[in-house]
Write a new protein. Structure first.
Length: 260
């Protein structure tokens, strides 16, 4: 069981954080700014190692080097106060954290329409076409078929800004569909579930809820795992989510884990 837990932790944190540099910044964010009984960075390192199993792969030399880099890049500030070494995450550091870990949208205003995006970008603008695909994906749009994308959130402003920036005005067509509409023989619910992979995402949320009971002392792992699922969640309007959806329950649980 111990080996299995360690593998799960390493996989979840690696998929989310991507590097030791980001992992240390993420840990400082999760556990607060003041640590231990020592003014030395070794005292902070001991706290880091003792926190949970997710952090056992780090050695002191690499940890100290990462702290130095974080300070040099303006992501954290350090000051010694009495017997405690204090770190403060700067505005730049918080911005970096926001890039690592997406936020959960508790409010998801929806105008009642679904939007279809199609485009015909000439071959001479090949690079712009590839950028557009990445831009649509990052914005939560899903691919229906070649050059046809789908989103429940109005992307008009996003598309207008993109076309103006890359000088490809008139190459993107936007149309909208009412919530009672259908594409082919699929109803809206079936379409959303297939295109956004809702059933599989829900299984991952369910697994997170179960693992939270088993690995209660592994805060770093659990929060990282939730964030990794959230990164793949399109965060659809609540009115469009299936009745079985566990995303909000998982979010409430992650908040409890994070702030306890």
């Amino acid at each position: 069981m111990r080996i299995k837990i360690k593998k799960l932790i390493l996989r979840a944190t690696d998929e989310l954080i991507g590097s030791a540099f980001n992992a240390v910044l993420w840990w400082l964010y999760l556990y607060g700014a003041s640590f231990g009984k020592s003014k030395t960075s070794f005292g902070v390192y001991q706290m880091f190692r003792e926190t949970d199993q997710a952090l056992q792969e780090f050695n002191y030399a690499s940890f100290k080097q990462i702290l130095t880099r974080l300070k040099r890049q303006g992501l954290i500030k350090k000051r010694k106060k009495y017997s405690v070494l204090e770190f403060e995450i700067t505005k730049l550091g918080k911005k970096r954290i926001a890039e690592i870990a997406p936020g959960y949208h508790q409010e998801r205003p929806w105008d009642g329409y679904l939007y279809l995006i199609s485009y015909d970008v000439p071959e001479i603008y090949h690079e712009s076409r590839n950028l557009l695909r990445r831009h649509l994906k990052r914005s939560g749009c899903a691919l229906l078929q070649e050059s046809l994308w789908f989103t429940p959130y109005n992307p008009r402003k996003l598309l207008d800004e993109f076309m103006a920036e890359y000088q490809i005005e008139g190459t993107i067509l936007l149309s909208k569909l009412g919530r009672d509409g259908a594409i082919g023989e699929e109803g809206l619910g079936e379409l959303l579930e297939r295109v956004f992979g809702l059933a599989k995402l829900n299984e991952r949320y369910e697994e997170f809820i179960e693992e939270a009971k088993l690995f209660a002392n592994n805060k770093f792992f659990l929060v990282a795992k939730f964030q990794r699922i959230l990164k793949d969640d399109p965060q659809l309007p609540f009115a469009l989510l299936p009745k079985y959806w566990l995303g909000d329950k998982a979010y409430q649980l992650s908040k409890k884990i994070m702030y306890n």
